[in-house]
Design a binder for this molecule. Structure first.
Ligand code: PMT
Length: 402
């Protein structure tokens, strides 16, 4: 079946013995109906000839910035705009290192830096190179940058050694690509709202009560929903990070009251709302319109009044909207999370604990347990927030697409 009909794929090939497998991968993609543009590094050409690849793809292979015959400039920017997906297979330690560090000294890594589409990388190298801390660091950097890593397999390597480092088989990579495109359409037509970041509750024109939320978790969830075709609105508290996907609508708010107003007005039109924001439970009862002077008093009391609970209000008026809350806990984690899930009438709650060093505010990683109203529970190991977002959206999608 032509499962990749109409899809534009850039296939990047760097210089490793596994480059011979790229011909099989290319054939598997073409057979599935994809249009494939091969981009090679200079050393990739030492392992497999561009003539083979251009015959299979029906397109000249791109490997230099300028064509040797015509002097024509090959635009890496145009390739980035044309492609629906970029797959680098095999990716050597050298290419991965360049990608992780923004080095742009050949056509392949330059195309990567211009890529607007999802990028997948299938590493292939000797086992000691794969295990080396610098390779692992670079792979982790790519993961944080949103690149999907197709883990190498364990087995016999070209060096004669046995271990992890063999590129995944071409048919398995082609299947991963099919699944990626299936997923990218799976939430088309669904409207999703995600809250992210902190709220600031003003004391006077220069001071506020706030918290350390960076917005990273909420933004990663928004990006993931959007990558699967959902129409996403983010209601963001004051954060300095930016959304990558221009298709995501962003409403900026400052206080809990403003976040409440934005969420309530979006609720009726939403299939799912994910409440990842760290909302202040209380705000000063009176906000001074002038900066409060230090010399006024020896000590001072700021009276706080309760903010609206956005999650609980949405839970009360829920009309088919799937509600996913978060619980940030410091003790009796599960007990408190389940109590919040019930009190706020949520469908799911995502528990993260401040006691886990890899979880919570500002970090690039999180460690979560997702609990459903029906009592299902799934605990995940620590992962990048991007991967945590994938896990959460995988779970929620099952109910969203029923
Ligand atoms: O932004 P990052 O730096 O990436 O950090 C991510 C995070 C730690 C902020 C995130 O993973 C998280 O746990 N967010 C929820 C934090 C929180 O405020 O939890 P809570 O247990 O106090 O609130 C429970 C739920 O009720 C949350 O879904 C919250 O958004 C919601 N709530 C809380 C208070 C309130 N007035 N209105 C609400 O809707």
């Amino acid at each position: 079946m032509k499962t990749l009909q109409g899809k534009h794929i850039v296939l990047g090939i760097s210089g490793g013995i596994a480059a011979y497998k790229s011909a099989y991968l290319l054939r598997a993609l073409i057979k599935r109906g994809a249009e494939v543009q091969v981009v090679m590094t200079p050393s990739g050409k030492e392992f497999i000839t561009p003539a083979t690849l251009s015959a299979l793809s029906g397109k000249p292979v791109v490997s230099e910035f300028f064509s040797a015959n015509t002097g024509e400039w090959h635009s890496h920017v145009d390739l980035g705009l044309w492609a629906d997906l970029m797959v680098i297979a095999p990716a050597t330690a050298n290419t991965i290192g360049k990608m992780a560090n923004g080095i742009a000294d050949n056509m392949l890594v330059t195309t990567y830096l211009s890529a607007k589409e999802q990028v997948m990388v299938a590493p292939a190298m000797d086992l000691d190179m794969w295990k080396h801390p610098s390779t692992q660091r670079n792979v982790e950097t790519l993961r944080k940058d949103g690149v999907i890593i197709i883990e190498p397999e364990a087995g016999e390597l070209a060096s004669g050694l046995t271990g992890k480092g063999r590129m995944e088989e071409p048919e398995a990579i082609a299947r991963r690509i099919e699944l990626f495109f299936e997923k990218s359409q799976s939430l088309r037509g669904k409207r999703v709202v995600v809250t992210a970041g902190p709220t600031y509750e003003n004391i006077d024109p220069v001071r506020f009560i706030g918290n350390y939320s960076s917005g990273k978790m909420g933004f990663a969830i928004a990006e993931e929903f959007s990558a699967r075709g959902a129409e996403v609105t983010v209601v963001a508290g004051p954060v300095s990070i930016k959304l990558q996907n221009p298709a995501i609508r962003r409403i900026d708010v400052v206080s809990a009251k403003e976040m409440y107003g934005a969420c309530m007005s979006l609720a009726g039109d939403s299939d799912c709302m994910v409440l990842a924001a760290a909302v202040a439970d209380y705000a000063p009862a009176v906000v001074s319109d002038k900066k409060i002077k230090r010399e006024l008093a020896e000590d001072m009391c700021i009276r706080l009044v309760r903010n609206p609970d956005i999650a609980a209000s949405l839970g009360k008026e829920k009309n088919g909207t799937l509600l996913v809350g978060f619980a940030l806990e410091t003790d009796k984690e599960e007990e408190n999370a389940i109590a919040k899930l019930k009190r706020k009438n949520l469908d799911w709650i995502v528990l993260n604990s401040m006691r886990d060093p890899e979880a919570g505010f500002m970090k690039d990683t999180n460690k979560v347990t997702v609990i459903s109203a029906a009592g299902d529970k799934k605990a995940f190991p620590a992962k990048s927030k991007r991967d945590v977002a994938r896990d959460i959206v995988d779970i929620v999608s099952v109910d969203l697409t029923k």
